[in-house]
Design a protein around this ligand. Sequence first.
Ligand code: F6P
Length: 548
Amino acid sequence: MQKDPLPFTSPLLSVGARPDPVPVPSATVAAATPRATNNANNSPLGNGVSTQTSPQATPPTHTEPFSVSAFRRRSLCSIDQPGVVMTRLPQELEDSQHEFGSKLVVIMVGLPARGKSYLVKKLQRYLTWLQYDTKVFNVGNRRRIASKGDNRNGTSHSHAFFDPKNRAAKEIRDELALESLEELIAWLKQGGRVGIHDATNSSRERRKLLLNRLEAEPNCRVLFIESICTDPVVLAHNLTMKLSSPDYKDMDEKQARDDFRKRLENYERAYQTLGEEDEEDGIQYCKLINVGKKVIAYNIQGYLAGQCIFYLMNFNLSPRCIWLTRHGESADNLVGKIGGDAPLSARGKRYGECLSRFIQHQRQENERARRVEVEAGMAISPLRERTVAVWTSMLTRTKETVEGFDPKEYDIKHIRFLNEIYAGICEGLSYSQIQNEYPEEFEARRVNKLFYRYPGMGGESYLDVIQRLNPLIIELERMTSDLLIVTHRVVLRILLGYLMDIDRSKMPEMDVHLHTLYCVEPKPHGTVVKKYRWDEELDWFVEEPADK
Ligand code: F6P
C-alpha cells in the first residue's frame, strides 16, 4: 500500500496502437532509460515510438542507483489512461509492463442502506468503460454464500449477527471481510486494476484490519469512500430497496423492516465515521454526503483516485431521459464512404423533421407521467420544469438533423467531442477501398478494432474517442435535464457502451443502425433502455425490443 505523497516526475510517452511522438525532457529520459536512442525502432516501447534525445552524444556522468520501488511509487501516482498513456520503463523492468498500470483498492465505508452498492456499481461501470479492469467484491454476498454451507455455523442474516457485542459473529464478519480482500488482491495480481471492497467497514478496528493486510502490497494504493445519507427521502427509498435485497426478499414485510431496524441499531453502536484518527494512518479518503451534495476529500494523491472522486461528485439521482441517435442518412452513407462532412440526403432530412416532432411529443408525455409520480409521493426529487438539452457533433450531418428544434425551446449545443472517429488517411474511402488500398490496415483493424488507431495525422482509435468523451460523460451525469444526443456510429456505440454497461469486446461491433432512437433512463436499480425505429411510411417512431 502506498501512503507517502510523491512528486510527479515520471517521463511519459503517449502511446497506443499508433503513438504520436511526444517530446520528453532529454535529460530525464537519458537518466531513466540507458537504452534511449533516436532510432525509433530501438525504443524500449517499440511500435515506432520515437524519443527526443540529448543533443550531446555523451551520457550523463552522474546517475543515482536505480530503485525499483521508488520507480513503482512514482508511477503509481501519475496519469494513467489505458490505450493512450503508457509509462516508459527502464530496461530493468521492460518485461513487467503489465504491472505498471495503477492498482487501486477502493474500500467502501458506511452504514447499511446508504447507497454504497449503488455507488460502487456506478463507479465500476465508469472505470470499466474507461478501460480499467474493475471488479466489486461484495462481503454481503460472501456472507450469504457462507451461511448456506455448514462450515461456518452462526452466519445468518438476523440482526443478532450484527451485534458488535456478539464476539463470535464479529469474528466471522471480520473473517469474511478479509477473505473478500484476499480475493480482491489475488484478482489485482492477475491483472485487475481497480478492486472495490463493498462492505460497511464502519469501525476503525475493521478498517485497520484491512489496512494492515494491504501494508504487504506495495503496488496498491488505497482509497476509502464513505457514503453518508441524511436526506429522509433518499433514506426511505434506500430502505425500500434494502427490503427487496436477498437478505429480506423472502421475509414478511413487517418482520423484515423490524429486523433491519435492529440491524441498523447494531451498526450504529459501532459506527465510527472516517476522521482524524484514520488520517493518522496516512490514508486518502472521500466522504460523500447525500449523493455528492457535499464532498469531503482528504489527502487524494493518485490520478485514478482523483478520477473516481471527480466522477462521484458529479452525479445526481434526478429522473430524466437521455435520448441518443445517429444523424439522418447522409450523402456519403448512400455511397458507403466513411468520415467526411457530407450533408443529409432528402431521406435524412425527413428523419430529422420526424425526430423533432417525436421528441416534443415524448417531452409532453414524460411531463404528465412525472406529475402522476409526484402526486403519488413516489418521486425521489421534487417536480420542476424539465428542460431538454440537444447536443450534436460539429459535423454538418448532425447539425442538419436537429434543424427542426427551436433554440428558444431547446438548449442546443454543437460539440466537437461528439464528432465521428477520425479515420486519418482512410477518410472519404469506402471499406472495400480501404481493403484494396491498405490491406494490412484493414486486417489490423479487423483483429483489434478497440485499440486500432487509423494512420495519418489525427487518426483515432476507439480508445481515443473514449478519452475525448470522458468530459461529456461527467457532464451528462451532472445534468438534471433531459438530453438528446445526435451523433455518429462510433460515438453512439461508445456512449451506449457506458450507459448500458456493454462489454468492451462487444461495444465496437454493436449494431447501431441509422434512423434508430434510443431512450436511456437511469433508475436507482439500473438503467432502463427503450429502442425506437423510424417507420418511414408512418413517419413516426415505433418501439422495438432493446437487446444488448
Ligand atoms: O459509415 C459511417 C461511420 O460513421 C464512419 O464515418 C465511421 O468511420 C464508421 O461509421 C465507424 O464504424 P466502424 O467502427 O464499425 O468502422
